[in-house]
Design a protein around this ligand. Structure first.
Ligand code: FEO
Ligand code: CA
Ligand code: CA
Length: 732
């Protein structure tokens, strides 16, 4: 994600001064990948690197990646990187999705497709109104999950279900026929932009061998920036959650003169990655919410007021990311409605099986720029939810529910995510770590309990906890969490095939401030502006100028989500084995991706990360995606499949020009996979929408239903559906 209305999260807003552990880098550098002792030694890695140099094309049929504990093997060969630059444009990569031999990818659903009764087909020139968009698939899809509808014998079906898909942000120059500012900026544009955010619930089915959206399904639903929501959990009802009350119509957001009770909200935005629960609800995660706010006048960013400190720490400003919502919708005007920002940055629970259900913002999981929310169920039924905060130098969190979930009584789990303990991670140099509780009695680095810290002080511990959750970043600063290289998705390894650890992975996509000068770290008092710190390297984030990113993983002590300690290592440091960049003592742009003998599977900027139920690890990337600069050998963004035991990795998908591969879902039988392509042709101007990409219509004439013809006109974020030609499980 980047672009006109969606800059990268390279802007750090974190001022805490939290400790770094650089002094032990040398001590740990040879043992960082400790979970697989003897699996891949330095000599083997060197050999792998040598074989991959210039070896971007797989020329021989490679052996399958063999199975191992908890892992069923990989059966396909890596496909080549997509690096061919179009001589006509000088920048355009092959503008298509490619998958391995024996697999087929088809276009499944694209921005603007109708998904519910009354929905109109996509026109092609984006002349739809906000009302049209309300019944159409939104823009810039991200995380997703498939919820089966019951099949034969009452078992979860793999031919019919509900696909929930996030819509992270909008490219305003593509969303409107005349661009964001052509023809003036109006409330009608704000409402359409708001309608293109949020998420879609699609009923999907396979019939006659074709996957399709049931376009008139009663399950079809759009949840947008204006959908009524509940706020629940410890922060509900707090004064910081009380906002100006508005009557929201197509034409205006009109203040009533009243104030909300802090228990209801409107809308969800910047829905990046996702989670889901064992009881069949979807978790949509609010990431860069700050960018959609603006100010008609002064926006408080002082270092002395409560609102000013919050705005600084979460990156709220008068200009935002260039959206203009606040100019026509005063709900998003920080000058007059500063508390509205506190309604965003949460995990929102949605019941896809009940189209009339009200989405719920679960404040117990903390407020930050949520990327994804991966659960693990403990032996006693308690849920742990692992979450990253995607901004430079931000933290990794865990929520542990107080009560066990019921495997048989769905209703009993309804409010399970309202009660529990939020922790933040500290990664120590000895490859162990600590989950630091963010509770009123937790002692900060300064020796002061959070309840006595002026940032969180309140009338009682209930109020203290509400403030801790609303200001979770500042609580992480206070207790000394480890500043990470932009935590993106979390994924939990399934405990199957003899593997029984609680092992969780997190992508750390990049950090262009790590190791820059003058060095600075998060101020313990929570006063560091978001993204502004310049931390030195540490054991868990060992590279300066971390262009290519890495993946960290940890195992909970006692194999329990309730553990307060863990062991960690680095699963991989991504990179380009053939890069011309020099090796530096504290950097290794080449990385250590294990890909021989099957041709290079090098990648960078890992973002999407997901274990399928069979034990295969899938990683998706988010770099510039046009094969320029640091990406000349890596080319387009990719999805790879990896063996969690050995790290062996194969490239499964390459993607269109200037897009991001993000979001993945699978049917329970593993024979159908959906993958998201976000923002193809990013950055194109309104006057020339196909300047960088003409995808998907450049690759596909019709969607997978065989009926929906794609109009020309402009690139569209879309989901592709992937099947194996022999009907087998994806990855075999
Ligand atoms: Fe929206 Fe951090 O990716
Ligand atoms: Ca992401
Ligand atoms: Ca990203």
């Amino acid at each position: 994600m980047k672009g006109h209305s969606h800059p990268t999260n390279d802007v750090s807003l974190n001022p805490s001064g939290n400790r770094s552990i650089r002094d032990v880098i040398d001590a740990v550098s040879t043992s960082r990948r400790q979970f697989v002792k003897g699996g891949v030694g330095a000599a083997a890695l060197a050999t792998a690197g040598g074989l991959t140099l210039g070896g971007l094309v797989s020329t021989v049929q490679a052996a399958p990646v063999p199975p191992g504990p908890g892992f069923p093997g990989i059966g396909f060969d890596s496909i080549p990187a997509s690096t061919d630059i179009d001589p006509g444009t000088g920048s355009k990569l092959a503008d298509m999705v490619k998958v391995p031999a024996g697999y087929t990818a088809q276009l499944f659903v694209a921005w603007g497709d109708p998904i519910m009764p009354g929905g109109a087909p996509f026109i092609g020139d984006a002349s739809e109104t906000a009302a049209d968009q309300m019944k159409q698939y939104g823009m810039h899809n991200d995380g997703m999950h498939f919820f089966p509808l019951l099949g034969t014998g009452g078992k979860p079906g793999s031919t019919r279900g509900l696909l929930c898909v996030n819509h992270e942000y909008t490219h305003e120059d593509i969303l409107f026929t005349d661009g964001q500012v052509g023809g003036g900026y109006t409330i009608a544009k704000t409402r359409k932009s708001q309608a293109a955010h949020g998420l879609s619930v699609l009923e999907v089915r396979k019939a006659g061998g074709r996957w399709m959206v049931t376009k008139t399904s009663p399950f079809g639903r759009r949840i947008t920036a204006n959908t009524p929501m509940k706020i629940s959990g410890p922060a509900a009802g707090h004064a910081l959650m009380m906002t100006r009350e508005f009557v929201i119509t197509d034409l205006a957001s009109t203040p009533t003169g009243g104030t909300t009770d802090g228990r209801k909200a409107h809308g969800t935005i910047n829905n990046c990655a996702n989670g889901y629960t064992p009881w069949g609800t979807y978790l949509t995660c609010e990431e860069n919410f700050n960018g959609n706010f603006g100010g008609s006048g002064l926006v408080d960013t002082s270092t002395t007021t409560e609102i000013g400190k919050l705005n600084r720490r979460y990156g709220l400003s008068a200009g935002g990311f260039g959206y203009r919502w606040h100019t026509t919708d005063p709900r998003f005007d920080l000058t007059t409605n500063p508390n509205e920002a506190h309604h965003f940055g949460w995990v929102v629970e949605v019941d896809p099986y009940d189209p009339k259900s009200t989405p719920v913002k679960r404040t117990a999981l903390g407020r930050f720029k949520h990327e994804s929310a991966q659960y693990v169920v403990d032996k006693d039924g308690r849920l742990g939810v692992y979450m990253g905060d995607d901004e430079r130098n931000e933290y990794i969190y865990k929520f542990v529910a107080t009560k066990p979930c019921s495997p048989t009584n769905r209703a009993a789990n309804r409010n399970l995510l309202d009660e529990g303990t939020l922790y933040v991670a500290r990664f120590d140099a000895d490859l162990t770590g600590v989950w630091l509780p963010l509770t009123p009695g937790a002692i900060g680095k300064d020796g002061v309990a959070l309840r006595d810290n002026p940032n969180f002080s309140g009338a009682n511990d209930a109020e203290v906890l509400a403030k801790i959750l609303i200001k979770a970043r500042m609580a992480g600063d206070a207790v000394g969490a480890t500043m990470m290289d932009r935590p993106e998705w979390t994924g939990a390894r399934p405990r199957i095939l003899g593997f029984d650890e609680v092992e969780v992975y997190c992508t750390l996509t990049n950090n262009n401030r790590r190791g820059t000068l003058p060095a600075s770290v998060m101020a313990a008092d929570g006063s560091t502006a978001a993204g502004s710190a310049r931390p030195p390297v540490d054991a868990a984030n060992p590279r300066e100028d971390n262009v290519y990113g890495h993946i960290i993983r940890w195992r909970e002590t006692g194999k329990s989500v309730t553990a307060t300690t863990f062991a960690w290592d680095l699963f991989v440091q991504a990179g380009d084995a053939a890069t011309a960049k020099p090796a530096k003592p504290t950097n290794d742009y080449q990385g250590n991706i294990v890909d021989a003998p099957n041709g290079s599977a090098d990648y960078g900027a890992p973002d999407g990360l997901w274990f399928d139920p069979f034990g295969r690890l899938w990683v998706q990337t988010d770099q510039v995606g046009d094969g320029s600069g640091d990406w000349v050998n890596i080319g387009s963004n990719v999805m790879v499949c990896a063996d969690p035991n050995t790290g062996e990795t194969r490239r499964f998908m390459t993607s269109p020009n200037k897009c991001e591969v993000t979001g993945v879902a699978m049917t329970p039988d593993g024979r159908t996979m959906w993958v998201g392509i976000q923002h193809p042709g990013e950055d194109s101007a309104s006057a020339n929408p196909t300047q960088f990409s003409n995808w998907p219509q450049g690759q596909f004439a019709v969607e997978s239903d065989g009926l929906t013809v794609l109009p020309p006109g402009r690139p569209r974020s879309s989901v592709v559906v992937i099947t194996k030609n022999d009907g087998g499980v994806i990855g075999t």
